[in-house]
Design a protein around this ligand. Structure first.
Ligand code: NAD
Length: 517
């Protein structure tokens, strides 16, 4: 154990979560096994080895999918409130283990401890939501055009749901999918990110224990571990009717094609390029808080991170200066230490992408306002700590059009009407989150209107970053069009069936068609 790990109680957290030095990364819920290569998980916080996880082979995967298919056949017959009761108990365990899990998320992924706890809180919230939902998987009843007929629709579980998740939300995204899919009656197979394999095993340990206590069939919560080649086992497998994939647009394009080739369903949650519009009527203090948290929170590694700030020319200098001033107060360092605002990037590749973005924006004619750089010396030994940077840039720059997963904020001016700002905001290929800061009702409503933001999330007077689980979460255009979490997002995990019942002694055909024999 490294000094940092010892000081911040990582050893105890690993113990509380049932993690060993080397863990099997394949599990059907009833057992854990793995014959693949060993993945070593290093912390971006201090560069230390946290633990090892054995990856899943093709043979391991076969065992998992067959168990999941068999388990599904029983699980689908459980009344859904009974499935909800299992999720409720799972949630009790999440509440009990919130601190160690939040700590491990922080240490393995690099986000602040507070954000790690926040991520586990999202898991708790979605489980609460799912428990209520287990009594509300409603279909509609329609009036039949034929006398003596009844027509309604009902939702049945889909089968085995494949979940592929990204490193930056190593636990919450799994639960957004599984909590709903479980109450819907599906079996779930999860491939977490190869960059955060220990958090995946920790979550599976919790689910496996609760599921065993409730005699849930094996396979309902399954885990597979490894890189994209393990993900491909599921995306190419017609036994998996739905793939829910969270990650980069590059990954989403490959996954979407593989799943579509076998006419499966996909739920895609891909990259964003999120902007805040700041109008002349904005509250400047709140704008600064929203923009700075949005741009540097999780070290700019949220899909909803603020990447662009579109400021009206009349207040441009004032807002720019206030944000630059706020950046000077940022404390960068160990994310387990609550005094720090910004932790590390996930790894050295991410650092290279960050440096590359700063070089590119200068090459394209941008003006650096807050200089970036990689931090060295005591506390920064992992080589993953960077300074949040700000550049004045144009929306059409290639680098601005691209999602750089790092704390680089591009700021730009608009003039005239708010429609000019909306055009800039919409002028990218991604469509995840967007926001407007204004106290002008007309501007706010235009931003939300049909001619307004084209994103899946559009906020007024709050930033782009983060979301509550009660709403459907996701984005349009190259963000992939998927919706997860609240509202009616559950419907993707089920198949809809329309039923018509004739309780007469005749067989009348629809649309008045006669067929006399
Ligand atoms: P990534 O695309 O590199 O990897 C994501 C996951 O996909 C990993 O588990 C990876 O192993 C798997 N994968 C990669 N290629 C695959 C393939 N060909 N077939 C099957 N699986 C494959 O993304 P990342 O670096 O882990 O995460 C960052 C990205 O995720 C950012 O673009 C971010 O915006 C996005 N993200 C989006 C949301 C959202 O809800 N829209 C949420 C979180 C992260």
């Amino acid at each position: 154990m490294s000094e940092v790990a010892q000081k911040f109680g990582i050893k105890q957290a690993l113990k509380d979560l049932g993690l060993q030095e080397t863990n099997n990364g394949t599990s059907t819920g009833k057992d854990f096994f793995s014959s693949g290569e060993v993945i070593e998980s290093y912390s971006p916080v201090d560069g230390a080895l946290i633990g090892k996880v054995k990856a899943t082979t093709k043979e391991d995967y076969e065992k998992v999918i067959k168990t999941a298919e068999a388990g599904f056949k029983e699980w689908r017959t459980w009344p859904s409130p009974q499935r909800g009761e299992v999720v409720r108990q799972f949630n009790d365990e999440l509440r009990r283990l919130k601190e160690p899990l939040g700590k491990l998320v922080s240490y393995e992924m690099g986000k602040s401890y507070q954000e790690g706890l926040g991520e586990v809180q999202e898991m708790i919230d979605i489980c609460d939501f799912a428990v209520g939902l287990s009594r509300q998987l409603h279909g509609l009843t329609m009036h039949s055009e034929r006398p003596g007929h009844r027509m309604y629709e009902q939702y049945h579980p889909l089968g085995v749901v494949g979940i592929i998740s990204a490193f930056n939300f190593p636990v919450a995204v799994w639960s957004w999918n599984t909590a709903l899919a479980w109450v819907c009656g599906d079996a779930c197979i999860w491939k977490g990110s190869e960059k955060t394999p220990l958090t995946s095993v920790a979550c599976q340990n919790i689910a496996a224990r609760v599921f065993a206590e409730n005699d849930v069939p094996a396979g309902i919560s399954s885990l597979i571990t490894g890189d994209y080649t393990v993900g491909e086992m599921m995306t190419n497998d017609k036994r998996v009717p739905l793939i829910s994939a969270t990650g980069s647009i590059r990954m989403g394009k490959i996954v979407a094609q593989a799943v579509a080739a076998r006419l499966g369903k996909s739920l895609l949650e891909l990259g964003g390029n999120n902007a805040i519009i700041v109008t002349p009527d904005a509250d400047i203090k709140n704008t600064v808080i929203g923009a700075v948290f949005g741009a540097v929170g999780t070290c700019g590694q949220r899909c909803t991170s603020t990447r662009r700030l579109i400021i009206h020319e009349s207040i441009y200098d004032k807002v720019r200066d206030a944000i630059v001033k706020a950046y000077k107060q940022l404390r960068i360092g160990n994310p387990l230490d609550e005094n720090n605002h910004v932790g590390p990037l996930i790894d050295k590749d991410a650092v290279k992408n960050y440096q590359n973005a700063l070089d590119k924006v200068v090459e394209e004619g941008g003006n650096i306002l807050v200089k970036g750089g990689v931090l060295e010396g005591e506390g920064y030994e992992s080589g993953c700590y960077v300074k949040p940077a700000i550049a004045e840039a144009k929306n059409e720059f290639k680098i601005v059009q691209h999602e750089t997963f790092a704390p680089v904020l591009y700021i730009m001016k608009y003039s005239g009407d708010v429609s000019n700002a909306i055009e800039l905001q919409n002028g990218v290929v991604q469509g995840l989150s967007s926001a407007i800061m204004t106290n002008n009702l007309r501007e706010a409503e235009r931003f939300l209107s049909v001619e307004g933001s084209d994103c899946g999330i559009a906020n007024v007077n709050i930033g782009t970053s983060g979301a509550e689980i009660g709403g459907a979460f996701g984005g349009e255009k190259e963000t992939g069009g998927g919706r997860e979490s609240g509202s009616d997002a559950w419907k993707i995990y089920m198949r809809r069936q329309t039923n018509t019942i004739n309780y007469t002694t005749e067989l009348p055909l629809a649309q008045g068609i006669k067929f006399d024999l």
